[in-house]
Design a protein around this ligand. Structure first.
Ligand SMILES: Cc1ncc(COP(=O)(O)O)c(C=O)c1O
Length: 400
């Protein structure tokens, strides 16, 4: 192979590793090649069999006999992410949601039960609540701020606890330590959607989760031009996930793998800046009495304490709970923003805003949003934060 995922142990800092890894010394390029292949060509039949034997012996070693298994371009991304996650292995999928699907379908079977955080990403809710039902798999949702609802719903049939932290669009931070200890005591597997923080700010596998999902569409790629997902695993679940990945063909293509590898070069720089900008915007928003900030900012809150306990940083995605009897004025506030785009996804370089309705939050069991309370989501991008604050200030004049 012509590239190297190099020298992590020479430089202790991951920031340095991300800049220096994946160089292509063979072709003398600072970045790895994009190797596209359906057919992989061998020197002889013996060479095919030898490669297959190597793949069997070392399934994470980058030995492929067909393009669906990946090429050196996907392998290098997996190797970088495995180091970032400090996991046993990382599988890469065509979308982040593909990784959610892969995690769940690797470990649950008909007759099983699964317990899911109430504020999960709405498609994850539909997958577990509705789609799993068709396979005779029961889903129970737990209250992110009352883990008795998690503990008390575990039965002999429970196979998986699925966490998303913080909660999608409502941003509850949970007691992750308690969740892991409940799971271990009851011998139940755990998965977490860690897209908000990425392993740059929190490493779930090291912490004790069996599986960790990141939508690479967001901060990993960072430029809003690629879709992808990653599923980090420990050794315990590796074989199950590998078998499911194989049978479903849920694998990332080389062009997208290259773009995500390129994005990762600057993951730390971008996330540090998203965090700095979000902190400045949060400081401004926290002074407004009409708004409740859904972001780890206020030191005396439970959410802040739970964030501080487990995370080394915060990303650029935040929520606002707005109290207003006039929903049109909330819509006008959002529509008056000039530097924020209106659209789905987040984690790119740019600021985005969304007025959250039922479609985004889903049919929650534990979210008590009063009729005069509204949710708005901001993704704070890499613009000058003073410009963002000036923009929000002018838009807030419309809020009644
Ligand atoms: C928390 C979270 N998880 C998973 C996903 C799904 O990722 P993708 O859009 O890459 O399929 C999203 C997408 O918005 C998300 O916000």
């Amino acid at each position: 192979m012509s590239f190297k995922v190099i020298n992590f142990f020479m430089s202790k800092s991951f920031k340095t590793f991300l800049k220096h890894t994946a160089k292509d010394f063979h072709n003398q390029s600072v970045n790895p090649p994009v190797v596209r292949a359906s057919t992989i060509i061998f020197k002889s039949m013996q060479h095919i069999r030898k490669t297959q034997a190597k793949a069997k012996k070392n399934p994470t070693g980058g030995h492929y006999d067909y393009g669906r298994q990946g090429t050196s371009t996907t392998h290098i991304l997996q190797k970088i992410l495995t180091k970032l996650e400090e996991s046993y292995h990382v599988f890469t999928t065509p979308t982040g949601f593909g990784s959610v699907f892969l995690a769940i379908f690797s470990v649950v079977r008909p007759g099983d039960e699964i317990i899911v955080a109430d504020p999960v990403y709405s498609p994850t809710r539909i997958l577990t609540q509705d789609f799993l039902k068709e396979f005779n798999i029961k889903t129970i949702f737990y209250d992110p701020h009352n883990l008795e609802t998690l503990k008390n719903n575990i039965t002999k049939k429970t196979k998986l606890i699925f966490v998303e932290n913080p909660g999608s669009n409502s941003f509850e931070f949970q007691d992750l330590g308690k969740i892991i200890s409940i799971a271990k005591k009851n011998k139940v597997l755990t998965a977490i959607d860690n897209t908000w923080a990425t392993p740059y700010y929190f490493k779930p596998i090291k912490f004790g989760f069996d599986m960790s999902i990141v939508s690479a569409t967001k901060y990993y790629s960072g430029h809003s031009d690629v879709m992808g997902g990653s599923l980090a695993v420990n050794k315990k679940v590796f074989d199950k996930v590998r078998a499911t990945e194989k049978i479903t063909g849920l694998r990332l293509g080389p062009d997208d793998a290259y773009l995500i590898t390129r994005g990762l070069r600057t993951l730390d720089v971008r996330l540090d800046k998203h965090r700095e900008n979000a902190k400045k915007v949060a400081a401004f928003l926290s002074k407004n009495k009409k708004l409740k900030l859904l972001y780890p900012y206020k030191k005396d809150s439970y959410n802040f304490r739970m964030w501080k306990k487990f995370y080394s940083g915060a990303s650029g995605l935040m929520g606002l709970k707005i109290k207003s009897k006039n929903i049109n004025s909330v819509r006008k506030f959002v529509n008056s923003l000039k530097l924020f785009g209106y659209g789905y996804s987040w984690g790119g370089f740019e600021s985005l805003a969304l007025h959250q309705e039922f479609r985004e939050t889903g049919n929650r069991k534990y979210m008590n949003l009063a009729k005069d309370e509204h949710l708005v989501r901001f993704h704070i991008g890499l613009e000058d934060p003073n410009d963002l604050i000036t923009d929000i200030k002018q838009a807030l004049k419309h809020l009644k």
